[in-house]
Design a protein around this ligand. Structure first.
Ligand SMILES: Cc1cc2nc3c(=O)[nH]c(=O)nc-3n(C[C@H](O)[C@H](O)[C@H](O)COP(=O)(O)OP(=O)(O)OC[C@H]3O[C@@H](n4cnc5c(N)ncnc54)[C@H](O)[C@@H]3O)c2cc1C
Ligand SMILES: NC(=O)c1ccc[n+]([C@@H]2O[C@H](COP(=O)([O-])OP(=O)(O)OC[C@H]3O[C@@H](n4cnc5c(N)ncnc54)[C@H](OP(=O)(O)O)[C@@H]3O)[C@@H](O)[C@H]2O)c1
Length: 453
């Protein structure tokens, strides 16, 4: 029935694979990382063992399907060992791009390249042990600013305040362009860090912005009742790192010290103004320098512009104006011809960067696949290479690819290490260690089978 290539094995790519494989097509997944799972493996908070375990179980069932093949450690890039053009030349029945949002949103500020300034995605990859981030310098100091107030901010603050090994920061400050009524995180997530919220400082901050938020009909006295119930509860024993907020504040420049590390964050004070039913920040001309030695941007991501798909304003192009109910919203669109690129689709965070939970990525992928399967039913027959031929072509230039059998061996090796250390989970943090562990497992199975024969 033809082969469909799925580029990216996060939740979107894996659920798309299941849907397409279940309809009878051969599926070949090509994934940048050795391990499948994407942000479910390398983004979701490390302590969420139950959730991660449940997702891994579902993903391994998908990889177990007889008509699903997997090659990990194989990034597709515009200028790399495997390009989209090469994939097109294999004449697959369709290509589904489920590569997530791997680009960094930059604010274009002076000093953004200073040491100690990180994007949340990279930082989260670091503490979730994704190579090569796991081995890079993500040192944090005593005073950390996190820009943005979504769930990613909460995860990072939780790591810094509760779980990071080594010395923790003394202060973590959330820098938010709008006010307390515009927080985007979930209360149950904030529960993990509320004990660190510096109550008196938070009340002072509410008083500082009270007048400005009143302009939008918001009452600072209602913040505790409506959004921050923790403020009126005791914080328990004090003495640990402190969490505070600075509302109505936008970064405008980073001032480095003599070593090139961030020393100050220059911010502008914002007003809060109405924008239809919503609110938006409006910069004043009042700036102030705040002392920070670390800055993490948790403001959402964009897609990777170097993949090689038509790209504009942080996203891959799909048919302009197409609603999500129509195929056009998933078809890759070429602005040069004004047509969709036949048989090429985007799903999940590759389609809508940084939007929603795993369940949403799954829904998006499965819904997109309804359109893809319709296309496949009516598509002209192609002389697609066989899976074996495709595997030979794709694997030829690249070394050390991981197959789905290798992923099972890696899983066993990591499980054994977790048991040895009496920990709920263990991860190798370099590709070399993962590949060596796979080899070791393979060798020990060879030995067992030889001695049994
Ligand atoms: C810090 C953080 C914490 C989160 N916590 C939760 C949570 O607790 N609960 C929840 O439900 N949701 C959570 N989410 C949201 C969830 O992770 C996403 O909804 C989901 O992972 C998006 O799936 P995706 O497959 O579209 O992208 P991703 O998960 O990003 O997967 C993309 C895949 O594509 C691969 N890839 C990338 N580039 C290439 C390339 N060029 N070639 C080949 N392969 C490539 C990557 O290796 C990866 O496997 C969190 C997100 C973040 C950022
Ligand atoms: N535990 C979990 O369940 C979990 C964990 C992590 C992530 N997730 C999910 O993953 C998705 C992404 O999360 P996220 O936290 O990255 O995104 P998010 O929820 O959209 O929050 C982004 C934050 O960054 C701010 N921001 C955006 N652009 C900015 C700019 N240019 N300057 C200053 N501030 C800016 C936003 O402010 P404005 O509101 O003013 O735009 C907002 O406060 C969400 O759906 C989230 O729920 C879930």
């Amino acid at each position: 029935m033809g082969t469909v290539l799925i580029v990216g094995a996060g939740p979107a790519g894996l659920y798309a694979s299941r849907k397409i494989a279940t309809a009878g097509y051969q599926v070949l997944i090509l994934n940048r990382d050795i391990k499948p799972g994407g942000l479910a493996e390398y983004g979701i908070y490390p302590e969420k063992h139950h959730m991660k375990h449940g997702l891994r179980k579902q993903f391994s069932k998908i990889l177990d399907l007889p008509n699903v093949a997997y090659l990990g450690n194989l990034p597709v890039r515009e200028k790399g060992i495997l390009t989209i053009d090469q994939l097109r030349q294999l004449a697959p029945s369709a290509i589904v791009f489920s590569v997530g949002a791997q680009g960094t949103k930059k604010l274009g500020m002076q000093g953004e390249e200073a040491k100690g300034v990180y994007s949340a995605k990279d930082y989260v990859y670091y503490y979730n042990q994704l190579p090569p981030f796991a081995s890079q310098d993500f040192s944090t100091g005593r005073r950390v600013a996190i820009v943005g107030m979504g769930n990613v901010m909460v995860d990072i603050a939780r790591w810094l305040l509760n779980d990071m090994p080594g010395p923790k920061p003394e202060e973590v400050t959330v820098v938010a362009r709008r006010g307390p009524f515009e927080v985007k995180f979930d209360e149950k997530e904030f529960d993990h860090i509320e004990m660190c919220l510096d109550r008196p400082t938070f009340r002072e901050e509410l008083a500082r912005v009270a007048e400005r938020i009143r302009a939008c009909g918001q009452d600072a006295d209602k913040v505790a009742e409506k959004l921050f119930p923790w403020v009126n509860r005791s914080a328990g024993a004090s003495g640990g790192p402190k969490l505070s907020f600075r509302f109505l504040t936008s970064p405008v420049a980073i001032v480095p010290d003599a070593n090139g590390r961030i020393a100050k964050l220059r911010v502008v004070e914002n007003l809060l103004v109405l924008d239809g039913q919503a609110t938006k920040a409006k910069a004043t001309n009042q700036t102030v320098d705040l002392d920070f030695d670390t800055l993490i941007f948790a403001i959402g991501d964009v897609v990777d512009p170097t993949l090689g798909l038509p790209y504009e304003k942080g996203g891959y192009l799909t048919r302009p104006g197409a609603p999500d109910t129509e195929a056009g919203a998933y078809e890759v669109f070429d602005p040069k011809t004004g047509n969709a690129l036949e048989g090429q689709y985007v799903v999940g965070w590759a389609r809508k960067a940084s939007e929603g939970l795993v369940g949403k990525a799954r829904y998006d992928a499965e819904h997109g696949c309804d359109h893809i399967l319709k296309y496949l039913e009516g598509a002209p027959r192609k002389t697609t290479l066989s899976l074996q031929e495709i595997l030979r072509e794709v694997a030829r230039p690249a070394a050390h690819l991981a197959t789905k059998e290798d992923i099972i061996l890696l899983g066993r090796a990591e499980e054994a290490r977790a048991q040895e250390a009496n920990r709920p989970a263990f991860k190798f943090s370099t590709n070399e260690e993962m590949l060596a562990a796979i080899e070791q497992q393979r060798a020990s199975f060879r030995d067992i089978s030889a001695s049994a024969a």
